[in-house]
Design a protein around this ligand. Structure first.
Ligand code: PMV
Length: 320
């Protein structure tokens, strides 16, 4: 009744922003992401009849803030009448700071819970259950380049190509490491209810998905970068136009964007994306990753720069 699983965060190139069904946490739009290699979350789940309630330990400290979500997710995998569980989560990167830690956490959680309870769900079923806990988590069940589509009353995941098919590098610039002020769920609802740009955002998403899919099929980083930056800035425009406005960037985030623009002007094929947090992720060829890293390290206010390749989907690992 005990198992461990490992998963990595994914970074959306074509973003999920907005829900069509908040009860079931179904996204309003499809999305395309890349799964990272070196930022990892390991989850250990032990179901134990002797426990009177679930417990959650995150990076060595007991965590009540996430416990209710974790318990609901465990119910969805192992059923309401399951034994209570002790859950231990370890991540090797800052959590709740716009690095998609909830994606790796819930992807690893559903895989570990499924193995611990021997429920035998398919990968697609586990993706759907992870997605109910955190929309972007569904994508971390798969490695490489992943598309999430809205399919009838559920989601459907597919791998567009593997990390080995097109091994790009991701350079992550950490500009602030504290937890973010507004959760994605609240920010998405505020966007839907108040932003004059929200409907246009939804209407244009299929065109961005088509363009990104085609750029990935052609391994064309210039075309992929153009549509990914456009899609990212549109998502943030939706938030800036909301009431109250939501600005997740700081001055250093903007300075990092400028550094990427300078590299582009000098002929380096690199592009940026930014999620609901102040970190900037620059995507480039592995041979350019050193130069991109140095450029971002030179930006005033950058706390840390991490380079990672692309990796595989969530999987069971030895429990030690
Ligand atoms: O999965 P959530 O609820 O944390 O939302 C993720 C939203 C973005 O990271 C901003 C975009 C995305 O597609 O991952």
């Amino acid at each position: 009744m005990r198992a461990a699983a490992k998963a990595q965060p994914n970074i959306a190139l074509i973003k999920y922003w907005g829900k069509r069904d908040s009860e079931r946490n179904l996204p309003a739009v499809g999305s395309i992401s890349i799964t990272l290699a070196d930022l990892q979350t390991t989850m250990c789940v032990e179901f134990d009849d002797a426990l009177s309630s679930d417990t959650l330990t995150v990076n060595g400290a007991s965590s009540d803030a996430m416990l209710a979500r974790v318990s609901r997710c465990l119910d969805s995998v192992a059923g309401d009448s399951r034994a209570r569980a002790a859950v231990v989560s370890e991540s090797n990167f800052p959590i709740a700071a716009g690095l998609a830690s909830s994606a790796s956490a819930f992807a690893a959680l559903v895989v570990a819970a499924d193995a611990a309870a021997s429920t035998g769900n398919s990968r697609d079923q586990l993706a759907s259950l992870a997605g109910q806990a955190s929309g972007s988590a569904a994508r971390s069940l798969f490695g490489g380049y992943v598309e999430l589509e809205n399919a009838g009353d559920d989601i459907r995941l597919s791998q567009l190509c593997t990390a080995d098919d097109w091994p790009l590098a991701v350079v992550v610039a950490i500009t602030a490491s504290g937890p973010k002020a507004v959760s994605s769920t609240v920010a998405m609802e505020t966007s839907r209810e108040t932003s004059p740009f929200y409907d246009r955002w939804i209407a244009q998403q299929d065109a961005d998905l088509d363009e990104a899919r085609s750029a990935i099929a052609d391994t064309d980083i210039t075309r992929l970068g153009a549509v990914a930056e456009h899609n990212c800035l549109k998502m943030h425009s939706v938030m800036w136009g909301s009431r109250p406005p939501m600005v997740f960037w700081n001055g250093t985030t903007l300075a990092c964007m400028e550094a990427v623009r300078d590299l582009q002007a000098a002929g380096t094929p690199v592009f940026f994306t930014i999620d609901a947090g102040p970190q900037l992720k620059a995507i480039c060829e592995p041979s350019d990753a050193g130069a991109v890293r140095e450029a971002l390290e030179r930006v005033d206010g950058v706390e840390q720069v991490t380079v990672t390749g692309l990796g595989g989907g969530a999987r069971v690992v030895a429990d030690d």
